[in-house]
Design a protein around this ligand. Structure first.
Ligand SMILES: Cc1ncc(COP(=O)(O)O)c(C=O)c1O
Length: 388
């Protein structure tokens, strides 16, 4: 942000700024190379070429075939396409009507599954999570039935940062012949996305979470997986996502993903160090505070806390006045004074659950930012508690 005051942005799980290298790669597709990638003339060919190069770049990063990448309008849309697409295809072929998922999914998955249940009669099993927000792969196995058509487990949770045991879950799904979808929106640039290791069949990403533009995501769809898309129209994206393709967005996503992957190892180590100092500094200076999510199996940039008898929203407002941008749980859940559903699923008591704070680090942050938070947060919590 511009102006005199120095703002500290600690909400990288909500969104990230677009990398200038990404903006540069996109620019020509807004200007001279603006054609519709479906057009038969030279402008169309240039756009189609840019689109297919972007698809190949993504495929190289994910180590898959370019034909397995579907560009979408967001991570939400990618999750919707995966879930509804697989469910409807299974319904059409009479393959089954049961979905296994978890109580800690983003609404993009959770509400889609609810709709499949409410409007389309699918049966849903939500495998519980432990106090750290981790799914037990044995419970996933136990939940799979002969009529299960899909297992969907978020790779890393957005609110508490817990990373799931993906390899084990993927392996059991493969052994049982059930399709496996993961929402990896928070994982790109932060965790390795080894599609073959995790035996994943469908994987959703969103560019704005890894320094790409907003309004573009993708779904990886393993070859041979049938989908019936809810959006109908033209033949774009092999009929899986009709609608004129956002070529600049696809180029931006691909560039951002390539850069994020190139820089992942070094940047994750740097962020992990900052995160650990932040966690240690907050917990040691604030009484009745705790970390939410897993202490070690968590995203490298993600620190989330619960403070007893404090409202998370009030902490966010007070930090904002200090020039620090934070979040209380998921951005889309803000305004609700109920404890976040995920904290309830993890067994966090309500007098702790409403006081949740999420601080998510990124490229712009350094040690001085962390020290500033450790300095200003304890008096904020003390003051809010004293007001009762
Ligand atoms: C885990 C997870 N899934 C899905 C989404 C939705 O992505 P998008 O903002 O691209 O719709 C988000 C965004 O916060 C997320 O954190």
């Amino acid at each position: 942000m511009s102006g005199e005051k120095r703002y500290i942005y600690l909400d990288h799980s909500a969104t990230t700024p677009t990398d200038p290298r990404v903006v540069e790669a996109m620019a020509s597709y807004w200007n001279d190379e603006f054609g519709n990638s479906e057009s038969a003339h030279a402008f169309g060919r240039v756009a189609a070429n840019g689109l297919e190069q972007a698809r190949q770049t993504v495929a190289d990063v994910l180590n898959c075939h370019a034909s397995e990448i579907v560009f979408t309008g967001s991570g939400t849309e990618a999750d919707n396409l995966a879930l509804r697409g697989v469910a409807w295809a299974a319904r059409q072929s009479g393959h089954g009507c049961h979905i296994v998922t978890t109580p800690i999914e983003h609404h993009a998955v959770g509400h889609t599954v609810d709709q499949l249940h409410d409007l389309f009669g699918f049966e849903v099993t939500r495998v519980p999570v432990d106090e750290w927000g981790r799914v037990n792969p044995d419970q996933v196995v136990a939940a799979i039935r002969p009529d299960t058509v899909l297992v969907s487990v978020v790779m890393a949770n957005n609110e508490v940062g817990t990373v799931q045991p993906m390899v084990k879950i993927g392996r059991v799904c493969r052994e049982r012949g059930v399709l496996f979808h993961t929402d990896a929106v928070q994982a790109a640039g932060r965790l390795p996305l080894e599609l073959d290791d995790i035996h994943v069949d469908l994987l959703a990403l969103s560019a704005h979470k890894f320094y790409g533009p907003k309004g573009v995501g993708l779904l990886y769809v393993r070859r041979g997986v049938s989908l019936i898309p809810a959006i109908t129209g033209g033949d774009h994206e092999r009929g899986r996502r009709p609608g004129t393709v956002n070529v600049a967005g696809a180029v931006g996503l691909a560039t951002a993903l390539r850069l994020a992957e190139q820089e992942r190892v070094a940047e994750s180590a740097r962020l992990r160090h900052l995160r650990d100092r932040l966690i240690e500094g907050v917990l040691s200076s604030i009484p009745e505070s705790r970390l939410t999510g897993h202490p070690t199996q968590r995203l490298c940039h993600h620190a989330s806390f619960a403070f007893r008898d404090v409202e998370g929203e009030s902490v966010v407002v007070a930090l904002d006045l200090e020039g620090i941008a934070a979040s209380s749980g998921a951005a889309c859940a803000e305004g609700e004074l109920e404890p976040a559903a995920i904290l309830t699923a993890m067994g966090v008591a309500p007098d702790w659950g409403t006081g949740s704070l999420r601080l998510t680090l990124g490229r712009s942050n350094d040690e001085a930012d962390v020290e500033r938070v450790v300095q200003v947060l304890p008096p904020i919590i003390e003051q809010l508690r004293s007001r009762g």
